[in-house]
Design a protein. Structure first.
Length: 355
């Protein structure tokens, strides 16, 4: 089944398109002890559609920027990235956010959130910030970010006004916005935080022997699985969720990846996961069945910590992910993967949620 996605149409309607479904993926799982090749040859080829979702024909190569149509095929995604570059003037540490005005926000590793346009513009957007880890953008434009220095989570309005919405976290890092408006915070454990009331609920607790601890989270396309990237032995975990987003079982191992310091979880519109690993200085694409491959060349200085998609605005590509580079003067890496963000098709209890 062919599918064409126009991001500008989605933004105007605020109703993401729900993909169709097809049969189960029949690709065999790889030897998870492999995956060593920098050219992405080891591990699985990651080419089949995730969750049985039908994709779109990507033959026309549209990049989905500024209203152009992006087409893609979940059953024939490229084995390796289609472009890998550095945006020299943009800044980011562990998190980034794409804004409605076509700019990219990231922390400069000093004291400010910095705004960058794709064509070279840069300005200080919000000064006076001692630490900013991951960032989550709400559909209405405001942001949430974790401060590891304070063990706190903040809300930032589009005006720059800040409010602390949660505290008492241990080295808070991962921030994911759930479809019900609550936040998933990873600080070794995984918490659900209500940013309106400040109420915290412990969802997943790290094991007593700390063989792993939670570092970041992400949701699958129908909001029935919470993915957890870890620090430890390379375990990428999944937790089944009920209709109210509560865990129905303990964390299960999805796959053991080479490395062991997984800094983010991104999910594309085909249901594939994107996991950057610090120890490997690489980016893994992982299918929901656990098969995987490396899709960037390894480079310690060029390692990208976070994962955020362009939105087809201001030149930021809808089919590319942007990764902050704390070991490269906080510059930003652009990796063209040929498929947009899972936010464009995500649902919760069968209803499109747009995040």
């Amino acid at each position: 089944m062919r599918r064409t996605l126009s991001l500008m149409a989605l933004l105007s309607s605020c109703a993401p398109v729900v993909p169709g479904t097809s049969g189960a993926d029949d690709e065999a799982a790889p030897d998870v002890g492999g995956g060593d090749g920098a050219d992405g040859s080891d591990g699985s080829d990651g080419s089949d559609g995730a969750d049985g979702s039908d994709g779109a024909d990507g033959s026309d190569g549209a990049d989905g920027t500024d209203g152009t149509e992006l087409t893609y095929d979940c059953d024939a995604l490229p084995d390796f990235n289609q472009g890998d570059d550095v945006i020299e003037h943009a800044r980011g540490y562990h998190g980034l956010a794409m804004m409605d005005d076509g700019s990219l926000l990231g922390w400069d590793m000093r004291d400010a959130l910095v705004s960058a346009t794709y064509d070279g513009g840069q300005s200080v957007w919000l000064p006076g910030l001692s630490s900013v880890e991951q960032i989550a953008r709400h559909p209405d434009g405001h942001l949430f970010y974790a401060s590891s220095a304070e063990g706190a989570v903040y809300r930032v309005e589009t005006t720059g006004a800040r409010t602390m919405v949660g505290s008492g976290f241990y080295d808070a890092y991962g921030v994911t916005l759930g479809p019900d408006g609550t936040l998933y915070i990873a600080d070794g454990n995984v918490w659900r935080l209500d940013p309106t009331t400040g109420e915290k609920t412990l969802l997943v607790e790290a094991p007593p022997d700390y063989r792993w601890w939670a570092h970041a989270t992400g949701l699958n396309l129908d909001s029935t699985v919470l993915y957890i990237s870890t620090v430890g032995n390379g375990q990428l975990l999944q937790v089944p969720l009920d209709a109210d987003l509560n865990p129905t079982a303990d964390p299960e191992l999805l796959v053991s990846l080479p490395g062991g310091w997984q800094d983010a979880v991104g999910v594309d519109a085909c249901g594939n996961l994107y996991i950057p690993d610090y120890y490997r200085s690489t980016l893994f694409r992982v299918k929901p069945d656990g098969t995987y491959r490396e899709i960037v060349n390894r480079s310690e200085w060029g390692y990208g910590h976070g994962v955020v998609w362009g939105r087809g605005l201001g030149g930021w590509r809808e089919d590319a992910i942007y990764m902050p580079q704390p070991y490269n003067d906080a510059k930003v890496r652009e990796v063209v993967i040929g498929v947009p963000d899972g936010a464009t098709v995500r649902t919760w209890n069968g209803v499109a949620v747009g995040l």
